[in-house]
Design a protein around this ligand. Structure first.
Ligand SMILES: C[S@@+](CC[C@H](N)C(=O)[O-])C[C@H]1O[C@@H](n2cnc3c(N)ncnc32)[C@H](O)[C@@H]1O
Ligand code: SF4
Length: 416
C-alpha cells in the first residue's frame, strides 16, 4: 500500500557513478555562486560500530572488519581533519556551519574526547555560527552521564539516541545489543547533563512486533522526555542479515497494511503528547526542537559531508566519498580528494528532488514549483483527500493525514 522511507534523508535517486569527481575536488563556478545565501551545514560520518545490527546497511564496520591501522579511529580522524581543510580550499570563503551532524555508525564509540576532537576540527576549519546546532548520534549502550557532560562541555547541543523498540523480543530480532531500559535512562541522563534537545529513533513493523509492543515503545519514548522523535518503518535492505532471513523464510516481510496502521498509532500517540509532525517520519515538541540539519537536506541547502561514504551537496552538485575507511584515509594522506564520484543535477533532477523532499514537510511545497500537469494532479489529489484543500487554495501542496500514508505515491503523481 504505502511506499515507505527510512533514514534521515529520504531515498533520493541513486547517484550516478558516470561523472568522475575531479582529483582536486574543485567545484564549478555555478555551484559556488550563492554559497552563503543558502543554509550551510557539515555532516561527519563515523564508520565504526561495536556490532552490526541485522537490518542495517549503513557504511559502518566492526573492529574485526578493520584490523589494520590504516582504518583505525586515529587514521580516520587525521583524514577527517585533512578533508575539512580541503573543504575550506574548495569552497573559498566557506560560510560558517549553521549545523553540524556527527552520524554513523556509532559516534559515541569515539567517547567524549574523540567527539570533542571532531568538533574542534570543524570549528578550526569551516567554523561554526554562534547559535549552531551540533548533533551527535549515540548508541545508548556506549553512553553515560560523564559522556553526556563531556560532549555538552565540548559544544554539542543535541543528542540523537537509537532506541528502536522497548520490547526485548523485537530488539533481539533487530540484533540490538542494548537492554530495553537503557535508551530511556540515556535520554534522561542527557537531559540532566544539560541537553535541551534529545531525539529518539524508533523502528516499527519489525516481524513479530505486536500493537502492544509498539504501544510500550511509544510509552518509553514519552517517558524518556525526548523533544524529537524519528520513527521509521523497518526496511529490509538487500545484502543484510535480515534480508537473508526473510529470503529463507525464517522471518516474514513487514506487511504494508500493518506498517500503515503502525504509522497511524505512532502519529496519534506522539500528537497527543504534544509532538507534532514536521516531516513525514519526524515529530518535534516545538519549532526549536526541529532538526535544523535535516531541514537543510530537505530544503535543498548546501552541506559538506566528510568521512567515508559521506554525501555532499553544494549548489546542484552532489558528490560522495569512497566507502572504505582505509581507502578514505589513504587518499587524504596522499593529498588527494576522497570523492568517488559526483553528479551535476539537471534542472529537472533538482525539481524532482525538491518535490520529493518538500512535499514530505508539514509546510509543504509551493504550488508554482509544479508544472501545469502537476498542479492539475495536485487539485485532483486534494479532491481525493490526499492534499489539504485550504492550503492548496493558498498556493501550497500540503499532505493530509491520509496523504502522509501515501506520500511517495502522491510525489510520483505530482511529477508525472
Ligand atoms: C544511522 S543509524 C545510526 C544510529 C545509531 N548507530 C543507532 O543505531 O543507534 C540511524 C537510524 O536509522 C534507522 N535505521 C537504520 N536502518 C534502518 C532500516 N533498515 N529500517 C528502518 N530504519 C533504519 C534506525 O532507527 C537508526 O537509529
Ligand atoms: S548500531 Fe546503528 S549504525 Fe551500527 S549497525 Fe546498528 S543501526 Fe547500523
Amino acid at each position: 500500500m504505502a511506499a515507505w522511507d527510512t533514514g534521515s534523508v529520504p531515498a533520493l535517486p541513486e547517484g550516478r557513478d558516470d561523472v568522475a569527481a575531479p582529483r582536486d575536488a574543485s567545484l564549478p563556478e555555478t555551484a559556488l555562486r550563492g554559497l552563503g545565501q543558502r543554509p550551510f551545514g557539515v555532516y561527519v560520518h563515523v564508520p565504526f560500530c561495536a556490532t552490526r545490527c541485522g537490518y542495517c546497511d549503513f557504511n559502518t564496520y566492526t573492529a574485526a572488519e578493520l584490523p589494520d591501522s590504516a582504518s583505525s579511529p586515529e587514521s580516520w580522524l587525521a583524514g577527517l581533519r585533512t578533508e575539512l581543510d580541503l573543504a575550506v580550499r574548495v569552497l573559498g570563503e566557506p560560510p560558517r556551519a549553521e549545523t553540524v551532524f556527527v552520524g554513523g555508525g556509532t559516534p559515541s564509540l569515539l567517547g567524549a574526547d574523540g567527539l570533542a576532537a571532531v568538533l574542534d576540527a570543524v570549528r578550526s576549519t569551516v567554523g561554526l555560527t554562534d547559535d549552531a546546532e551540533v548533533t551527535t548520534e549515540s548508541n545508548p549502550e556506549s553512553t553515560s552521564p560523564e559522556f553526556f557532560a563531556g560532549i555538552r562541555a565540548a559544544g554539542y547541543t543535541r543528542v540523537s539516541l537509537g532506541m528502536q523498540s522497548a520490547a526485548p523480543h523485537v530488539l533481539a530480532t533487530l540484533d540490538r545489543v542494548h537492554t530495553p531500559g537503557r535508551p530511556v535512562a540515556a535520554a534522561k541522563e542527557a537531559r540532566a547533563e544539560g541537553f535541551e534537545h534529545v531525539n529518539v529513533d524508533l523502528i516499527y513493523g519489525t516481524p513479530g512486533e505486536t500493537t502492544d509492543d509498539l504501544r510500550a515503545s511509544l510509552d518509553a519514548v514519552l517517558d524518556a522526555g525526548a523533544d524529537h522523535v524519528s520513527a521509521y518503518a523497518l526496511i529490509v535492505e538487500d545484502g543484510t542479515a535480515m534480508a537473508r532471513k526473510v529470503r529463507s523464510g525464517e522471518l516474514p516481510m513487514p506487511d504494508d497494511d500493518v506498517l500503515a496502521a503502525d504509522y497511524e498509532l505512532v502519529d496519534a500517540a506522539l500528537t497527543e503528547a504534544g509532538l507534532r509532525w514536521y516531516e513525514v517520519s519526524n515529530w518535534a515538541a516545538s519549532a526549536e526542537a526541529r532538526c535544523r540539519h535535516n531541514l537543510i537536506y530537505w530544503r535543498g541547502g548546501d552541506w559538506w559531508g566528510a568521512g567515508p561514504g559521506a554525501h555532499s551537496h553544494v549548489g546542484g552538485v552532489r558528490w560522495w566519498n569512497v566507502k572504505h575507511p582505509a581507502r578514505y584515509a589513504g587518499l587524504l594522506a596522499a593529498g588527494e580528494s576522497p570523492a568517488a564520484g559526483r553528479e551535476l543535477l539537471s534542472v529537472s533532477d533538482q525539481q524532482l528532488e525538491r518535490v520529493m523532499l518538500e512535499l514530505r514537510l508539514a509546510d509543504g511545497l509551493a504550488l508554482d514549483v509544479l508544472d501545469d500537469a502537476g498542479q492539475r494532479e495536485a487539485r485532483r489529489a486534494a479532491t481525493e483527500g490526499l492534499l489539504d484543500a485550504d492550503a492548496l487554495a493558498a498556493g501550497r501542496a500540503v499532505l493530509t493525514d491520509a496523504g502522509r500514508l501515501l506520500a511517495d505515491g502522491v510525489v510520483r503523481r505530482l511529477v508525472g
